[in-house]
Design a protein around this ligand. Structure first.
Ligand SMILES: Cc1ncc(COP(=O)(O)O)c(C=O)c1O
Length: 345
């Protein structure tokens, strides 16, 4: 096997399909999924819905599309979403929330991207007040990317869901990395599926598939979501080749996520001892976010790492992110630890 040129820690989206996954894709039985005739896509949708105890699922090209469809499904014009200020839907989806659904966003200051039921309650607009938008959807992210991979306990999300129900709000869970969260919390998929109106997760992050995400909801919800997906240009034809990668990922790549977390914690621990690191967000899953001292620039550190064949990304004016994943091995982790030690103030 050839040695990879770089150790790529920029994201867990950089993985390439394994030989087993490629074989599963190669063997997939396919049809035209816009005609709802692709058996492998159907199998993946049913498998995913069953896993989370939800009624139905829809395969989509990306996590962004899953979130954007969920927002359109759960809101109307002049409505408002409540979410943490670090949310992917706010930060990294190209302003799609506004252009696709015409809704405003109430941003909350949570704890590393996690909001509480009490905060939600305090931020619901009075529906009788015509000066305000109608609060109609709460979005939470599990794990929270910009929160450094922090995760929710199911009990906290259940509290949020209770407030949503009492106040006629829907709950969407952006679970792009929900399996990383479950690996650490010990909660089950159904703990989250039972409280969400819509829930999305990605096959193309820690699970190592090349493309694809899932949106889960009620049968009626997914029926409407299919129309929205069509309008967003997300209908795919022989998508079974991609769905086969998703099935393979659920069967083979969920149970190994703890290895990514262990490696991330080892790297985080080493970083926390470096004189050029001012602060490390405690590593909870596979995401490592750290702030560097003022005397060093983010650009300089990233260049130094790159000169030692390690790729990382800027994550703010003084912050850097590294993410462990399926393609990072123990020997690469050792190399990363050596490289980190070589960087001087
Ligand atoms: C929390 C979260 N949600 C959604 C997405 C969007 O996924 P995609 O890149 O497939 O659109 C990401 C991507 O990194 C993410 O971190």
């Amino acid at each position: 096997m050839s040695i990879q040129k770089y150790i790529d820690l920029r994201s867990d989206t950089v993985t390439r399909p394994t030989a087993g996954m490629l074989q599963a894709m190669f063997n997939a039985e396919v049809g035209d999924d816009v005609f709802e005739e692709d058996p492998t896509v159907k199998a993946l949708e049913e498998k995913s819905a069953r896993l989370f105890g939800m009624e139905a699922g829809m395969f989509v090209p990306s996590g962004t599309m899953a979130n954007q469809i969920a927002i359109r499904l759960n809101t109307h014009l002049q409505h408002e979403i409540i979410c943490d200020k670090l949310s992917h839907i706010y930060y990294y989806e190209g302003g799609g929330t506004f252009s696709n659904s015409g809704v405003s966003i109430r941003l909350l200051e949570g704890n590393r991207g996690r909001i509480s039921a009490g905060q939600v309650l305090q931020n619901i607009n009075d529906p009788e007040n015509i000066y305000s938008a109608i609060s109609s959807l709460v979005c939470i992210e599990n794990t929270c990317n910009k929160g450094g991979g922090s995760f929710y306990k199911a009990s906290d999300v259940s509290e949020i869901s209770k407030i949503c129900k009492e106040n006629n709000l829907k709950l969407h869970i952006d679970g792009a990395r929900i399996f990383n969260a479950l690996t650490e919390s010990g909660d089950s998929e159904k703990d989250f599926g039972s409280v969400a109106d819509t829930l999305s997760f990605c096959f193309s992050k820690g699970l190592g598939a090349p493309v694809g995400s899932m949106l889960l909801s009620s049968k009626d919800g997914i029926k409407s979501a299919r129309r929205i997906r069509k309008a967003f240009g997300g209908g795919m034809r022989q998508a079974g080749y991609l769905a086969a990668a998703g099935i393979y990922a659920l069967d083979h790549h969920v149970s190994r996520l703890n290895q990514d977390h262990e490696r991330a914690k080892t790297i985080g621990n080493a970083l926390s001892k470096c004189s050029w690191v001012e602060e490390l967000i405690p590593v909870e899953t596979n995401i490592i976010v750290f702030r560097i001292i003022e005397e060093k620039s983010v650009k300089k550190i990233i260049e130094e790492l790159l000169s030692m064949r390690i790729k990382a990304v800027p994550f703010g004016p003084r912050d850097i992110r590294m993410v462990t994943h399926l393609d990072i091995t123990d020997s690469m982790t050792d190399e990363i630890l050596e490289a980190i030690k070589k960087i001087r103030i």
